[in-house]
Ligand binder design. Structure first.
Ligand code: BGC
Length: 717
């Protein structure tokens, strides 16, 4: 009991029938049909439901909506919007006969080049936790389950199955567990997935400290804990630690369990404790409750949600001389391969089978713009050649985008004669299995060449970044672009959402959920994840490599803006930053401290000429010179020019606590704290000082972090 999908010998009939029902499912709970216990079906996430669209002998196609990736959702800073996306995803889960979506992913963006950052939300635990809760609440409002993942410290893809995250208790608690704590404070996901890696020498799924001590005892999590697919080495240790269900149920794991049951090293009580959790979850499912799913979710309605959510989270980084918005009747010249094949999302389990991906030419034409067809033909033709040549690499390999083709000068001149505005889309595709390499961070030579050619010919150059990861924007800011729109990857509707912003149909209100560093800075981050190809050439049998076999989190809590904002320089765009087509004032800050909750209210006024939304961010710091840390945020409704909204934000005083390793307690230092409201982590409008009483909350002490045991394990997958 509690074993999952895949290869349990002798049960092929179950597996076959499930495959026919929903191709590309990730797993299921083991059914006992004679006892009225069905299989609960588990499918990926997070940017939508991941099921195969084609079924043998069935002419019907089962497409899903590709929604915006996690980083885009987090850039919306709009919990309601994220819940709406979650609800639409949950509806597809329900109507396609699935029970749980293996999402959201909410690991911290420890390094800007983390391969799976696109699936996750932020470098900040609060934003990450609240986004995760909003997603879970949306999904579960449909009567299906969500599964937050990956607990904990799955912050790199390099050797993810065996990497040992060496992280001190303070950092673990304040950063890498905190986001889960906040998610669980604000939602009750049916499931939680443990991660592939070790944490301080103990596999995450085998850590009694993490699962029982933290998750159950401290965070009060009551749902089902599942291992990541194929993760962990000792099934018995997993079950003992409270990892209730083991996926993907390989026969050797079952054998380990059976043997331990026989020799008494695993008790029936221990099995029962885990099985109960599985059954409690199954009992809530549509499968158990006999829900008659339609196989026909309203994909048109969901496309509309995806488009709105996409535009809500895109971030306007630069807008020199009000280059944007442009008139919807304008002629534009579209450059860059990605303008003609938008990247909807990332690679791996977070990829969604959607029926279409809107293209920029269609989106622009749909909005009434005229585009240059010769340019369009040139790029379409180039794409065709690339596809036919088979030179595009497969998903499993490092997903470098093809080089930009050189646009013939005559074509450039013609395009510039017809249109004054050039839109250049630059694409990056990252994903599961590989961290990004610096080559993917920097602009490539062929991109620079294109930008130079376009800059020389056009009065206005708008750069659209269609990426899942942080990239180098400094040359764009300094030289090549009048406006930069960070479009992220918005799923099937990315192009339509981009055009909504370019034309001003939507006033951008996205804000960065992570820092964008300057060109020079990326190499200087003190914790480089650089897998390189060393893995293949190093004699790893007798040597362990830092950041492959083990990773020292020596930066401590200085993650993301907690590091960048303390440096003198190095930031291209700070955490929380984003422009609008209008301006806002934030005034009249009042602070109330009652019943261990801090409530801050401010007046937000639209002092510009266009209607728009503002994100108000509340930060705190203890001492002069400390970095401001995010405590709460709120997004206004659309404010007309001159209109004001009173915005209220609150947070529990306990969020001011820091973790004291010696006494194993959360300590709120008594005294004064400066609270500031602003429009980014470095741009504050008003501040107030609040006095707080000292408070100490002891928690169960965990085993002291163990030193890394060399295991010489390296996995590519
Ligand atoms: C990924 C999970 C995913 C699971 C099932 C794993 O490789 O890490 O995020 O949910 O596969 O597909």
């Amino acid at each position: 009991m509690g074993m999952g999908a895949g290869a349990i010998q002798g049960d092929e009939h179950i597996i076959d029938s499930l495959k026919n029902a929903v191709p590309n499912y990730a797993g299921y709970t083991y059914p006992f049909y004679d006892k009225g216990i069905p299989a609960a079906l588990l499918c990926d996430g997070p940017a939508g439901l991941r099921i195969g669209p084609i079924r043998q002998g069935d002419p019907k196609e089962y497409w899903c909506t590709a929604f915006p990736i996690g980083t885009l959702l987090a850039s919306s800073w709009n919990n309601e919007m994220v819940s709406e996306v979650g609800a639409a995803i949950g509806n597809e889960v329900l109507e396609y006969g699935v029970d749980v979506i293996l999402a959201p992913g909410q690991n911290i963006h420890r390094h800007p080049l983390g391969g799976r950052n696109f699936e996750y939300f932020s470098e900040d635990p609060l934003l990450s936790g609240l986004m995760s809760a909003a997603y879970v609440n949306g999904v579960q409002s449909q009567g299906v389950g969500a599964c937050v993942k990956h607990f904990a410290c799955n912050n790199q893809e390099t050797n993810r199955l065996a990497n040992d995250a060496m992280v001190d208790q303070k950092t673990l608690r304040e950063i890498y567990l905190k986001n889960f704590q906040i998610a669980l404070r604000n939602s009750q996901p049916w499931m939680l997935m443990t991660s592939y890696n070790f944490v301080n020498d103990v596999h995450a799924s085998e850590s009694e400290d993490l699962l029982q001590g933290i998750l159950r005892d401290e965070f009060g999590f009551e749902g089902l804990i599942v291992s990541d697919w194929g993760g962990g080495y000792d099934a018995v240790a997993q079950l003992k630690a409270g990892n209730n269900m083991i996926q993907d149920g390989a026969p050797w794991r079952l054998q380990q369990v059976m043997k331990a049951l026989e020799d008494g090293s695993l008790s029936e009580d221990e099995i029962t404790r885990n099985a109960r959790k599985v059954l409690e979850m199954v009992w809530k499912t549509p499968a158990k409750n006999g829900y008659k799913y339609s196989n026909d979710p309203d994909l048109d309605a969901h496309a509309e949600v995806a488009r709105r959510a996409g535009a809500e989270g895109m971030v306007l980084l630069k807008n020199e001389g009000c280059a944007l918005p442009v008139s919807a009747t304008e002629s534009v010249a579209l450059f860059g391969l990605s303008s003609y094949e938008m990247i909807p999302g990332g690679i791996g389990s977070g990829d969604v089978y959607s029926k279409y991906v809107a293209s920029m030419p269609d989106a622009a034409k749909g909005a009434g713009m005229s585009i240059d067809d010769s340019l369009s033909d040139f790029y379409q033709c180039h794409w065709k050649k690339l596809h036919e040549s088979g030179s595009l690499r497969s998903d499993r390999q490092r997903p470098l985008r093809p080089e930009e083709p050189e646009v013939p000068e005559s074509l450039l001149r013609d395009a510039a004669a017809k249109a004054q505005i050039a839109v250049v889309t630059i694409g990056r595709r990252s994903g599961e299995w590989n961290d990004c390499i610096s080559e993917e961070f920097y602009l490539r030579d062929s991109e620079i060449k294109l930008l130079e050619a376009v800059r020389a010919m056009f009065a206005k150059v708008i750069v659209v970044l269609n990426t899942g990861a942080v990239m180098d924007v400094q040359p764009l800011t300094e030289k090549y672009a009048d406006a930069i729109l960070l479009a992220w990857q918005g799923g099937s509707e990315t192009a339509n959402a981009v055009v909504d912003i370019l034309t001003g149909k939507v006033n951008p209100s996205g804000r960065l959920p992570m820092t964008f560093p300057l060109t020079c800075s990326i190499e200087q981050i003190p914790f480089p994840v650089d897998p390189g190809d060393d893995i293949n050439i190093t004699p790893w049998e007798d040597q362990e490599i830092e950041n492959v076999h083990y990773t020292r989190y020596s930066e401590g809590t200085r993650v993301g803006y907690r590091l960048w904002n303390a440096l003198e320089e190095g930031i291209a765009y700070p955490f929380g930053y984003g422009l609008s087509y209008t301006d806002f004032s934030i005034n009249d800050m009042t602070v109330r401290l009652r019943k261990q909750t801090v409530t801050v209210s401010v007046e937000v006024k639209n002092i510009g000429a266009a209607a728009g939304k503002q994100v108000v961010q509340l930060y705190s710091r203890r001492n002069e010179g400390d970095v401001n840390e995010l405590r709460a945020y709120a997004k206004t409704r659309i404010l007309a020019p001159g209109e004001t909204e009173t915005v209220e934000m609150e947070f529990p005083v306990e969020d001011l606590a820091i973790f004291d390793e010696d006494s194993c307690s959360w300590v709120i230092e008594g005294g004064e704290y400066t609270l500031s409201v602003g429009s980014s982590s470095v741009c504050m409008s008003e501040s107030r000082v609040v006095s707080v009483k000292r408070h100490v909350r002891n928690v169960r002490s965990l085993a002291a972090p163990r030193e890394h045991t060399p295991r010489h394990l390296v996995f590519r997958g």
